[in-house]
Design a protein around this ligand. Structure first.
Ligand code: ADP
Length: 620
């Protein structure tokens, strides 16, 4: 059985590579997957935190702005009441003075104040300065004897009493009040209220105003999220009061139709930390959404951050980590390949060694070292090869001795029998002559065997002697054809020789060349069935003369062809079982031809025939 290494070699290496990659990459993949999961969720948390921060930030800016405005309205009234007593309630102050105060308040609150009310401790609205209807004065003052301002509008008396109103109660209790943000008449308005105090810091009344807070838009514009995220401040009806510069909607637009915004208006809190929410807008852009009512529901702030931008950092991190992972995989593959090679190499060398030994190369030794258990195996292999070699040498020696000892007797028998047959010892009767012929031919086989054994043994020991000369090969072939003609005739095999038109001499040992020619020709006859043919031809090319022995015989398979020149090798098949032979002929031929500086080749096809060739250098 031929030893085939190719398939197993690759499979084993691939197996080791797979194990290595599995063992090294699986934890890496699990780690990367969990890392990616952690990075994504922490980025989500991060996004939510940034959105919350932006929302808080915008609300704080608004609160701060309004507080400033309220502080500006905080009023301390000096002086005394109309009757000269300290002022304990606002209605004791001269209306003229109040009108003067209200004017200054309007100035303080700037253009923003839409209306300013002065309310006494009992909740009566004493004076109102409205940007549309002008100064209005309460009926209370008309009969008070105080001086009324000239420009006071009297067409409408203030009958309102604010004592039940939240803003009044809160301001009267000493706290500043600001009301719901309302987008009305194209402007964001807000009611605010503060205290009016006397010099003793006693509250003597309340000042309430409706102010235009359009300015908060410019404050909120400073709030941005990443590159493209934005926030909107909305009133409770969904009108945009202020927004970041990135936002697409304008102040005054109503977002109540956006479902998520509507939910926020109804009080639902969209906090990314509790629940990460994204939605697709009309332009099919995915947005991360946050939103909640602020300052006890006075307004609401929503934040929208295009997902692409929000996760930009993450995408870069992911790209980087994918890049690193791929680089690691490539590195691992290289390392895996390297390790697999390292592991498989000794096995391959051992397999090669076994193949060499099985092919008869008993000189083959393994020298590769891995400094581990393999070295032990290598030493044992080398030891085995050494013992095989010694046994082989012993066998060769025994064969040589036997052949050598047999040579003299069989040669003597041959000589005596042929002398008997020639009549040297007198006339031999016919029946004895017949038996003598049998003895002669049987002994002849023995002579040939002894000759082959001695030749092979000499060749194996490198003791074959060759003396090169310029040999006319054509004559040698013709001689062999003549010698073997009777053998061919017996099997009705036609031998045809095609000598070159210009015969060439070759560099060869004439006697040894005869051996090769006879061997090739006799094999061609032996292994060709009855009625077949043998063709002998030459090809002279590039200084070489190739002689081909082409037969129409049984041929052989490729793996048999490869072992053909091994000592004692014979093809065992149905067709060869009755053909006698030693398996030494081709071995000897090869040794001879190579020793003569030539080369030997075989081409064959099973069942169709073979071409045995030898090439020798052309000599002049
Ligand atoms: P043998 O004494 O057996 O002929 P050889 O060394 O001459 O020994 O040949 C070795 C083997 O090669 C043979 O046993 C035979 O199987 C095969 N062989 C040699 N010549 C031919 C051929 N012309 N056609 C087919 N098989 C051949």
């Amino acid at each position: 059985m031929p030893i085939s290494l190719g398939v197993q070699k690759k499979t084993f290496k691939v197996k080791i590579l797979k194990i290595f990659l599995f063992v090294s990459l699986l934890p890496l993949l699990i780690l990367s997957a969990s890392n990616i999961y952690i990075v994504i969720s922490s980025r989500q948390k991060n996004i939510a935190e940034l959105q919350n921060l932006a929302i808080e930030n915008a609300s704080e800016k608004i609160t701060k702005f309004i507080n400033q405005k309220i502080e500006g309205m905080n009023l301390v009234v000096s002086g005394s009441a109309r009757n000269g007593a300290p002022v304990s309630n606002l209605h004791d102050i001269d209306p003229l003075n109040l009108a003067f105060l209200i004017g200054s308040i309007k100035e303080n609150a700037g253009e923003m104040a839409q209306s300013v009310d002065f309310i006494d401790n009992d909740g009566r609205i004493l004076l109102r300065n409205d940007s549309t209807s002008g100064l209005t004065i309460a009926s209370y003052f008309e009969g008070s004897g105080g001086q009324l301002p000239e420009n006071a509008a009297k067409k409408e008396k203030i009958a309102d009493n604010a004592s039940a109103e939240d803003y009044f109660q809160k301001a009267l209790s000493g706290r500043n009040y600001f009301g719901k943000l309302e987008f009305t008449g194209g402007k964001p308005l807000m009611q605010i209220a503060s205290q009016i105090e006397n010099q003793e810091k006693e509250i003597i009344g309340v000042i309430a105003a409706v102010i235009d807070i359009s300015q908060i838009d410019s404050l909120v514009k400073q709030v941005n999220l990443g590159n493209t995220g934005y926030i909107y401040v909305l009133d409770r009806r969904g009108f945009i009061v202020a927004g970041s510069s990135n936002g697409k909607a304008e102040v005054g637009d109503n977002l109540a139709s956006v479902p998520l915004v509507k939910e926020v208006m109804e009080g639902r809190i969209y906090d990314g930390l509790l629940q990460f929410t994204t939605y697709e807008n009309k332009e099919k852009q995915e947005l991360v959404f946050s939103g909640k009512l602020m300052n006890d529901g006075l307004w609401l702030v929503i934040s929208e951050w295009p997902k692409d931008d929000a996760f930009l950092v993450l995408r870069n991190v992911l790209k980087l980590s994918i890049g690193i992972s791929l680089a690691t995989i490539v590195l691992m593959a290289f390392l895996g390949f390297y390790f697999a090679r390292q592991i498989v190499k000794p096995i391959q060398l051992l397999a090669k060694g076994v193949k060499k030994i099985s092919e008869g190369d008993l000189e083959y030794r393994i020298s590769y070292s891995t400094n581990d258990e393999f070295d032990l195996l290598r030493d044992q292999f080398n030891e085995m090869a050494k013992i095989l070699k010694e046994n082989e040498a012993l066998k060769e020696e025994m064969v040589h001795i036997a052949a050598h000892e047999l040579k003299a007797p069989v040669t003597a028998i041959k000589g005596y029998v042929s002398m008997m047959m020639d009549g040297t010892f007198g006339q031999v009767p016919e029946p004895i002559m017949k038996n003598l012929a049998i003895v002669f031919s049987t002994n002849e086989r023995l002579v040939n065997l002894v000759h082959d054994l001695l030749e092979a043994s000499k060749a194996g020991a490198g003791k074959m002697t060759i003396s090169l000369a310029s040999v006319a090969i054509t004559e040698h072939i013709q001689k062999a054809v003549t010698e073997l003609a009777s053998l061919a005739e017996k099997k009705n095999i036609k031998i045809t020789y095609h000598p070159l038109d210009e015969p060439r001499n070759v560099s060869a040992d004439a006697q040894k060349l005869d051996e090769v020619i006879v061997n090739f020709l006799s094999n061609a006859i032996k292994y060709t069935k009855e009625g077949g043919s043998v063709d002998i031809s030459h090809l002279a090319k590039d200084g070489w003369l190739t002689t081909n022995f082409k037969d129409t015989g049984i041929g052989m398979a490729e793996e048999q062809r490869q072992k053909l020149f091994t000592k004692y090798y014979r093809i065992k098949s149905e067709e060869t079982k009755n053909i006698e032979g030693t398996g030494l002929g081709l071995y000897i031929c090869k040794e001879i031809i190579e020793k003569m500086g030539g080369r030997i080749e075989v081409a064959s096809e099973l069942g169709k025939g073979s071409v045995f060739s030898f090439g020798l250098k052309i000599s002049l």
